[in-house]
Ligand binder design. Structure first.
Ligand code: ZN
Length: 218
């Protein structure tokens, strides 16, 4: 009986396919240099993650997403090292791939990489994910599991497009202070969070306090 209670109180870890991108000493050193410049931190490690950022790949295959993240080269938009990445990629069929360990900082969201996990969805629009039950179910399960594992509140599960109003947003490099992307706007994330709260309640994952949005300073 006690075991049943304990089991009921734990979010179910979804099946995760390990597909690591290369993260050798050079990439770790570049990540630490990035963390110094942008966050004033001297580490490549992801310490005390407080935020989960949902993304779109804006392409239609896991293979091309992996091919974008695996090479350690300057990104096409901001021209900086290390290469961009995300901790997870969820394919359109619902398969969850893990590319980077949860203890490693990954470049996916300007202003939040020091404290955020990144989850990519292979899709061209927020609506495509919300209308794909297999992909959405995997995403909700993965996110609920991370929420419970790290004590991350529902309000700190955000879309990339919400990054600038996160209370955790921090960017020391002035030209990037207002930089964000268009994937996962608030209206779509409100739908996503409503669905996520159902999964979290069912699996006894604490929702935490409401999100504290900071005013847009851009
Ligand atoms: Zn994004």
């Amino acid at each position: 009986m006690l075991l049943a209670v304990l089991t009921a109180a734990a979010a179910i870890q979804p099946a995760i396919v390990q597909k690591p991108i290369p993260f050798p000493a050079t990439r770790r050193a570049e990540t630490a240099a990035y963390a110094r410049k942008h966050y004033g931190l001297d580490t490549w490690e992801l310490r005390n993650p407080r935020v989960i950022v949902e993304h779109l790949t804006a392409n239609t295959s896991f293979a091309s997403t992996f091919a974008t993240f695996a090479p350690d080269r300057p990104d096409a938009e901001l021209h900086e090292l290390p290469g961009i990445c995300a901790h997870f990629v969820i394919d359109a069929d619902g398969t969850i791939y893990q590319l980077v360990p949860l203890t490693v900082m990954c470049r996916h969201t300007v202003g939040l990489n020091y404290t955020a996990f990144g989850i990519e969805h292979v899709a061209l629009s927020d609506a495509a994910v919300l209308s794909n039950p297999r992909q959405l179910d995997s995403s909700l399960q993965l996110t609920a599991w991370l929420m419970q594992k790290y004590g991350i509140s529902l309000g700190n599960v955000i879309g990339h497009n919400e990054s600038l109003t996160s209370s955790y947003h921090r960017e020391l490099y002035r030209p990037w202070r207002c930089q964000t992307h268009g994937d996962w706007r608030r209206a779509d994330m409100d739908v996503y969070r409503a669905r996520l709260s159902v999964v979290a309640r069912r699996e006894r994952v604490p929702l935490g306090p409401p999100a504290r949005h900071v005013a847009l300073r851009c």
